[in-house]
Write a protein that binds this ligand. Sequence first.
Ligand code: ZN
Length: 104
Amino acid sequence: MIEYMNNKIIEVFIRSMEKIMKQTKPFDKCPICSGELVEKEVEKLLRGGVHTAIIKVKADVCLHCGERLYSQETVKLFEEIRRKLERKEVANFQPIGQSFHVTA
Ligand SMILES: [Zn+2]
């Protein structure tokens, strides 16, 4: 009976460890095509209202299909920047040029 209890505790412990591991690294293979992922610095285009911002961030990029996977912190950062763009809180952003809409 005691042995059984111990096994249960170990099982619960391993499961919670697996959960923690999954939180820090959500995928070790591409969720779209199971391709290999490599960490790369990528440029992400963010839009909010009429404004656009470009940010360089680290992402896990699939070598096969090019899918980009961002960490939770990075996704939060994107949301924050989008909100700032919508509210035109762009004083701390570095302007890089004008954007144009071209009618074909
Ligand atoms: Zn892929």
